[in-house]
Design a protein around this ligand. Structure first.
Ligand code: NDP
Ligand code: OXD
Length: 313
């Protein structure tokens, strides 16, 4: 048990404050936990534990020491509205990584074993034999080799897939061919049967899944987007599917969430939408890193997984 008495402000429309309060109680003997507008003494708040920003931002917490994201991504925090001097950390959590890996494997196997094709065939009463292939005959190119992308790459590699990965800085991962830079990205997607995006959303990565990139795909490539909706130019995907460049897409994220009912992705035979469920963190596991960061914030130390605002992730 720690001896500090942090004051924590919590805000999320997805995560349960009661579960978080209970998990934090396993780490701190005494702490203040405020939710929503119910903050008795805003000037005493030390740490904001948030998925998104509340409507009135965080400005009233004048002595804030840290902003801790309840997600691996931080773009949903609306960086422009954050107090500039307060460090931000993103979440790294084994439940989150594990569920992202499971989602990636499910989506990859669905394409590898052509279930998306058989789903269409069964809707039309067609018995079409296609010989199964070995995992080694399916290549998967992953955009982003951070905490989550690396775990996905290694998991797929252990399943026998031919795995490639792309990141900002060079990586050395046994059995995985890695790429950097614009030309590296083009080469990687051009040799991938399945392209999977798990990048953070930054100025550099916004709209990265676009017509120019799809032009590098071999005909019939499948796309999986687990990053952010704004990575994808949605109209370009529809065009790429119509031309056959992209065979099918699995999208866990959308430019507007929930995806509006009138959106052309709904009901599209080649697009599977899941409602931003790929990765879910559990307070019971995530609390260890959050508590470590609360202790660091209280001690004035650098946060774990602190965001580099110049890079945007
Ligand atoms: P990390 O910060 O650990 O990793 C980010 C990776 O992206 C790194 O490999 C980084 O390169 C690479 N990258 C960033 N910018 C560029 C660029 N311009 N060019 C090439 N590579 C780049 O993040 P996580 O793995 O923890 O999370 C990744 C993202 O996954 C989140 O930001 C979020 O968008 C998404 N996510 C989605 C969820 C869902 O439910 N759909 C759940 C959780 C996360 P380098 O290694 O060189 O720094
Ligand atoms: C995250 C997410 O960033 O769930 O953690 O999208």
């Amino acid at each position: 048990m720690g001896q500090i008495r942090p004051s924590i402000f919590f805000h999320s429309n997805l995560d349960s404050p009661d579960e978080w309060r209970a998990s934090l109680a396993t780490e701190f003997e005494d702490f203040t936990f405020s939710v929503g507008n119910d903050v008795a003494s805003p000037e005493s708040v030390d740490v904001a534990l948030v998925w998104t920003l509340p409507d009135d931002g965080l400005q009233r917490f004048v002595n804030l020491r840290a902003i801790l994201s309840l997600g691996a991504g931080i773009d949903q925090l609306d960086l422009e509205r954050l107090p500039k001097h307060v460090p931000i950390a993103r979440l790294v959590d084994e439940s989150l990584t594990r569920t992202m890996v499971d989602y990636a494997k499910t989506a990859v196997y669905r394409y590898h074993r052509r279930f998306h094709f058989f789903e269409r065939q069964s809707q039309n009463g067609r018995w079409t034999f296609i010989s199964p292939t070995l995992t080694a005959e399916t290549s998967v190119g992953i955009l982003g080799l951070g905490e989550i992308g690396r775990a996905i790459a290694l998991a797929l590699q252990r399943e026998g897939f031919a795995v490639y990965g792309w990141s900002r800085s060079p990586k050395h991962l046994a059995g995985i061919m890695t790429y950097t830079g614009g030309d590296g990205l083009k080469s990687m997607v051009g040799r991938s049967n399945i392209v999977l995006n798990v990048l953070p959303l930054t100025d550099e990565t916004r709209c990265i899944l676009c017509r120019e990139l799809f032009a590098q795909f071999e005909k019939g490539t499948c796309l999986i987007n687990m990053g952010r909706g704004m990575h994808l130019v949605e109209s370009d995907l529809l065009e790429a599917i119509a031309s056959g460049r992209v065979d099918a897409a699995t999208l866990d994220v959308a430019s507007v969430e929930p995806l509006p009912l009138t959106h052309p992705f709904w009901g599209h035979p080649d697009i599977l939408i899941t409602p931003h469920v790929a990765g879910i963190s559990r307070p019971t596991t995530a609390v260890a890193m959050i508590a470590a960061n609360i202790r660091r914030a209280m001690a004035g130390e650098r946060l774990l997984h602190e965001v580099d605002l110049a890079r945007g992730y």
